[in-house]
Design a protein around this ligand. Structure first.
Ligand code: PMT
Length: 408
């Protein structure tokens, strides 16, 4: 990244993880990039690394808990948060993420976070199991929805001895994230984007349904990223356990037919439509009105659901239309055939036979296939990073093919 941190006032918050010692290297990299850094240590961080190291490297007093009612320092330090260009929390523990998501201000660092009006970057570090805990997943989604940059931890050996996702990202990755947060991308400003996410539920009777394993993470990551980049986002979502990005207009649906209705209603003015939802291909023709009794064979009469993506593409007069392809074999050939059959601009193919990507996974590894013959494989990344790369690809393809509308 070419931008610089020259003269920028930063606050580096350090919380109580074994990775706290790495914040010393990060401080060195931030100051090398020209930033003036005030370090704030949580009580537990001080158990891992002493304030003197940070004080020596930053050339400034280290901020610690100062809820001393006699002291002006607390007020002064909140003023410092208000003046800061960015707050960086590295490492950010699960506890810090939870408190920040809930707006709890019970120590200096969390109080400072509530006072800050600037971009906030959090670099989590924790045990792999903790990173995947639904509470942590929800807290991260809440923070990202509010515009906080929460980086994906790296995968590798953890303090527990296990190898998993949970390591503090490298210092240069965090510095790049701070630079990006200070120069936010607004390349979708004014654009209307419709994103679909999650599964659909097709009722069998009042208590049972046909569905799939989609968690909604891929679609929610796309909606968050597009909103952060300035778009007016409508998120049409099947049932998930996620918190929708507050900046998006949220349209919850259950069935494929409800999703079709919502999508067609909102795509009229859209410039970009992205269908990451895992729509059930079939529904029960006549769901039972009463709960079906067990203990006997049951045959379901299934009928195909409408192909929403193909219908949106056929009706569209100019939107850039993106579909996803969930494939388990012959990914490239099947995805190219799907791109052509649906008449869309870009297809994002993922191999859903793998457990580490695709359905209900933190990461994805996708192949981008466009209708001009191009294709590009992206490496395995966290879904937020995949979402950013998909948006970059959409904008690049749209710029490269301005006469696109006439071709469809
Ligand atoms: O939600 P996550 O847990 O994060 O998982 C992400 C994901 C695996 C669900 C996502 O990456 C993905 O692959 N989404 C598409 C899943 C799917 O339904 O694929 P498909 O190959 O069956 O459908 C192709 C495209 O047509 C999709 O864009 C789908 O939204 C659309 N479709 C499918 C059927 C239908 N009746 N109407 C549609 O619009």
């Amino acid at each position: 990244m070419s931008a610089t941190l020259d003269g920028r006032e930063l606050i580096l918050g350090v919380t109580g993880s074994i990775a706290a010692y790495k914040a010393v290297y990060l401080l060195r990299e931030l100051t090398r990039a020209g930033a003036r850094v005030s370090v704030c240590l949580s009580e537990h961080a001080r158990e891992f690394v002493g304030p003197l190291t940070f004080r020596t490297l930053s050339g400034r007093p280290v901020l610690t808990d100062l809820f001393d009612p006699q002291s002006d320092a607390a007020v002064e330090h909140v003023a410092l948060a208000e003046r800061a260009a960015a707050v960086v929390i590295a490492p950010a523990t699960a506890n810090l993420l939870a408190k920040a998501a809930a707006g709890i201000a019970d120590d200096f660092l969390t109080t400072l976070l509530l006072a800050a009006r600037c971009p906030v970057v959090m670099a989590p570090a924790m045990d792999g199991g903790m990173w995947q805990h639904p509470a942590v997943v929800d807290n991260v989604a809440t923070l990202r929805g509010r515009g906080v940059t929460v980086l994906e931890p790296d995968t590798g050996a953890l303090a527990s001895g296990l190898s998993a996702r949970g390591r503090l990202p490298e210092a240069d990755v965090i510095v790049d994230a701070v630079l990006a947060a200070l120069t936010p991308q607004r390349d979708l400003a004014g654009e209307r984007v419709v994103v679909t996410a999650g599964p659909t539920r097709e009722p069998i009777d009042p208590v049972r349904y046909i569905s799939n394993r989609s968690s909604g993470r891929m679609g929610y990551a796309l909606a968050s990223a597009a909103a952060r980049r300035g778009a007016h986002v409508t998120l049409v979502s099947g049932p998930t356990a996620l918190t929708p990005p507050p900046a998006a207009t949220f349209v919850p649906v259950q069935t494929a037919e409800e999703m079709r209705e919502a999508v067609l209603q909102h795509t009229g003015a859209a410039g970009i439509v992205i269908k990451a939802a895992a729509v059930a291909d079939y529904r029960v023709r006549r769901p039972a009105e009463q709960k079906i009794k067990g203990k006997r064979d049951l045959t379901l009469d299934l009928t195909p659901n409408p192909d929403i993506l193909a219908e949106v593409a056929a009706r569209s007069t100019g939107a850039f239309i993106v579909g996803f392809a969930a494939e388990t074999n012959d990914v490239v050939a099947n995805a190219r055939a799907k791109l052509e059959a649906k008449g869309i601009d870009l297809l994002v193919a993922n191999d859903v036979s793998r457990r580490d990507i695709g359905f209900d996974a933190e990461d994805n590894e996708v192949l981008l296939i466009d209708r001009w013959g191009g294709s590009r494989a992206l490496p395995r990344m966290g879904k937020p990073a995949v979402a950013e790369a998909i948006l970059d690809a959409i904008l690049a393809l749209r710029a490269a093919h301005p006469a696109r509308k006439a071709v469809r």
